[in-house]
Each structure stands twice: as structure tokens, then as C-alpha cells.
Design a protein around this ligand. Structure first.
Ligand code: ATP
Length: 248
């Protein structure tokens, strides 16, 4: 996935400013920066929730800039959303079943398709197992703990088999004991295949433990890009992101 000169203006304010960046399969890139730096807006531009004022988004060389979010999702851009795409009246397993069916172009009927496609059932169950939710398969999403809801979001994303996984602060609001599992799942996604993983994250310990590369945004502009140790040590990050005053 690649963005070229990606820019959005809100009135006179440039929230994302001419960001050109290429992300490779098998790599987890953390996008960091202070509050209001433009990280979530950049994600919105990539996934299509916002339309760019200028620039392009490319997936495997194809320009998707003018496509709606659903069409971008079909091209392989997968973004984890907080339960907005869940069916609350269905169980965790049924939700994953529907996502698996949708990916297999097997339609949206839960019963008709389900009885004839044992392979899809097994796939949904394997995904729930992979995200450590097998024992909660028959539970309604809203009764799950916050951490388990996040795991279910990851399950739905895995079911869609995207080329690019996008996580925006995946551990936000989670209790301390729930964090490691979700981080493990994200690590596992990167390890398993050749997925491109993008992570917006404030917590530097999380970034350090997961990222192969760090991109820093500041006032909408890309100000640093490289391997974690180099980027974290760079004066621009010490000053702009960590708030350390750097003197010559
Ligand atoms: N729809 C909008 N209309 C006007 N301004 C917006 C809109 N969306 C974002 N902005 C502005 O764009 C800038 C970037 O916001 P954004 O939420 O992308 O930052 P962020 O880096 O994700 O911050 P945080 O870490 O606090 O989530 C901010 O100044 C914000 O106020």
C-alpha cells in the first residue's frame, strides 16, 4: 500500500499534509505523533472514510483514491472498527460466520448457506480459536468484556482476509491484563503471512514491542521514518513527540 502526496484540508487547516509513504508486506509499521498530529485522519484517508483534498492511495499499484470504503475493503484494505460492523442480536460465532461467508461470496443467509458449507463453519471456528474466543462463541458481543470485544473485532478482520490490516489504538481503554493477548494477536497476524500491518499507537512500549518501522507525523507532516531505534533516538522525535527539548 502506498500514499502519494496525501493531503486533506479542513477549512484553512491542513490536517494531513503531502504524506508520501509506502508500506511493505510482512512489515508492521507504527504511526506515531502527538495529539492532533493527523494519525487518525491519515487512516481515514487510506480506508476511505474521508476524501483527500489532494494525493493518491494505491493498493498493489491500483489507484483506489476515488473508491468508497467498501470498495477499498474489497481491494484488501482492512480496518478494525469498534464493533460498528457487528450484528448485536447474533452470537460471536455467528458474526464471524457471516464475515467468512461474505469473504467467500457465499451471501448473507445464516441458515441456508450454513448447512451446506461445512468448510465455512470450520473456518469461522478456527478464527475464533485463533483469537482465543472459542469458549465465548455463543455469547452476544455486547456481553463480552472490552478486551474480548477487541478480540472479536480482530476475528472479523481476519475473516475478511485483507492485504492491509489497520489498527487505531487497539489497546485503548483496555485493562492491563487484557493488553498482552491483543498485542499477541497483532504480532501473530504479521508473523503468519505477508500482511501489511499499520498501527496507530500512543504507547511507546507497545510500539517498541511490535513495530519493525516507525513513521512519525507532526502537524500533519511526515517528519521521521525508519527503524524503531533510530527514529526513537532522533532529535525530531525527542522534541516533537516525546516533548524533550533538544538543544544544539
Ligand atoms: N472532520 C474534521 N473537521 C475539522 N478538523 C478535523 C476533522 N478531523 C480531524 N480534524 C483536525 O485534524 C487534526 C488531526 O486530527 P487527528 O484526529 O487525525 O489527530 P491524531 O493524530 O489522530 O490525534 P490523537 O492522537 O489525539 O487521536 C486535528 O487538528 C483535528 O482537530
Amino acid at each position: 500500500m502506498e500514499t502519494r502526496g496525501l493531503t486533506i484540508r479542513f477549512g484553512g487547516h491542513v490536517a494531513v499534509n503531502n504524506v508520501s509513504c509506502r508500506f511493505s508486506p510482512g512489515t508492521l509499521t507504527a504511526i506515531v505523533g502527538p495529539n492532533g498530529a493527523g494519525k487518525t485522519t491519515y487512516f481515514n484517508l487510506v480506508s476511505g472514510q474521508l476524501r483527500a483534498s489532494a494525493g493518491e492511495v494505491l493498493v498493489e499499484g491500483e489507484d483506489v483514491t476515488n473508491l468508497a470504503p467498501s470498495a477499498r475493503a474489497h481491494r484488501g484494505l482492512g480496518r478494525a472498527f469498534q464493533l460498528t460492523n457487528l450484528f448485536p442480536q447474533l452470537t460471536a460465532l455467528e458474526n464471524v460466520r457471516l464475515a467468512v461467508q461474505s469473504r467467500a461470496d457465499a451471501g448473507w443467509s445464516l441458515f441456508k448457506v450454513w448447512n451446506s458449507r461445512r468448510d465455512l463453519i470450520e473456518k469461522a471456528e478456527a478464527i475464533l480459536e485463533r483469537v482465543r474466543l472459542a469458549d465465548k462463541r455463543h455469547v452476544a458481543p455486547k456481553t463480552l468484556s472490552h478486551g474480548d470485544q477487541r478480540k472479536l473485532e480482530v476475528a472479523l478482520l481476519i475473516a475478511m482476509e485483507p492485504k492491509v490490516f489497520m489498527f487505531d489504538e487497539p489497546t485503548a481503554g483496555m485493562s492491563v491484563d487484557e493488553v498482552p493477548t491483543v498485542l499477541e494477536l497483532i504480532h501473530d497476524i504479521k508473523q503468519r503471512g505477508d500482511a501489511t500491518v499499520l498501527l496507530v499507537e500512543h504507547k511507546m512500549d507497545v510500539v517498541r514491542s511490535l513495530a519493525d518501522r516507525i513513521v512519525v507525523l507532526h502537524n500533519g507532516t511526515l517528519v521521521a521514518d525508519g527503524d524503531p531505534a533510530t527514529v526513537i533516538a532522533s532529535p525530531v522525535v525527542q522534541e516533537a513527540y516525546l516533548g524533550v527539548e533538544v538543544r544544539p
